[in-house]
Ligand binder design. Structure first.
Ligand code: ATP
Length: 230
């Protein structure tokens, strides 16, 4: 049995980020999130939700302060090292889904294995199972990604993010194009898969009905006030 190290999944201290000096700034005094916790974040448009997720995913670096993800000091790592960490340990589903339009649905999911340095052939059965659980039939799995609706593409993106059982899953409005039935199936698959491997989940949405699926909910205003731990 593998044991998780006793370090928080996420820890930030006096984290600050600005796109340019003197303009809007994200300031978060202190947050700690333990392994396996599922956090729902909400906030007004423009409050910095996507900016925070980009920092957690290592797409951007803090302007000041400390950000620790899985024990890695994101505030000190180069962009290349942050990319490597994301590929190996972090699953992301952003509003821009970044599917490769001319590849099949299944190949889009399997591409994640390649980026994470794992054998696609080994993970193919898991990819197929995840896609089926999300309501994407074998026939749809053979289609090009560009032939799918946005709601179907969101489900492909979550299957891709979950494929390699990431330590951390970050999702930005991943259900915006789903109807109620598909949304509930999506949440069940996402959180069941996350629980199987103690994946920490950080999920941003405007959809208040989704809160009930999570261990904790915080607003960007709560985070700015300095919530110490979830
Ligand atoms: N690339 C950028 N360059 C400059 N400013 C930006 C950039 N991206 C976002 N901003 C600004 O940063 C602030 C936070 O934006 P962000 O996208 O993080 O908010 P959000 O809470 O995710 O909004 P929404 O709910 O509308 O998606 C906004 O004032 C926005 O105008």
């Amino acid at each position: 049995m593998t044991t998780k190290p006793k370090i928080p999944a996420i820890e930030l201290k006096d984290l600050q980020f600005w796109y340019r000096a003197g303009a809007w700034q994200l300031s978060l005094p202190a947050v700690t999130l333990e392994h396996g916790q599922h956090l729902f974040i909400q906030g007004a448009s423009g409050s910095g939700k996507t900016t925070l997720l980009n920092l957690l995913a290592g797409i951007t670096a803090p302007s000041a302060g400390e950000l620790w993800v899985q024990g890695h000091a994101m505030h000190q790592l180069s962009a290349a090292k942050r990319d490597k960490l994301r590929a190996s340990q972090i699953g992301v589903v952003f509003q821009q889904l970044n599917l490769i339009p001319y590849l099949s649905v299944l190949d889009n999911v399997l591409l994640r294995a390649t980026f994470a340095g794992q054998a696609a052939i080994t993970l193919q059965p898991r990819a197929i199972d995840l896609l089926r659980a999300l309501g994407l039939t074998d026939d749809l799995q053979r289609q090009r990604a560009s032939a799918l609706s946005v709601g179907q593409q969101q489900r492909v993106a979550i299957a891709r993010a979950l494929l390699t059982q990431p330590a951390l899953l970050i999702a930005d409005e991943p259900t915006s194009a789903l109807d109620a039935n598909n949304r509930d199936a999506f949440m069940q698959v996402l959180l069941t898969e996350a629980d199987k491997c103690a994946t920490t989940v950080i999920f941003v949405s405007h959809d208040q009905q989704l809160k009930r699926y999570f261990h904790f909910e915080l607003s960007m205003a709560d985070l700015a006030k300095g919530v110490v731990a979830c």
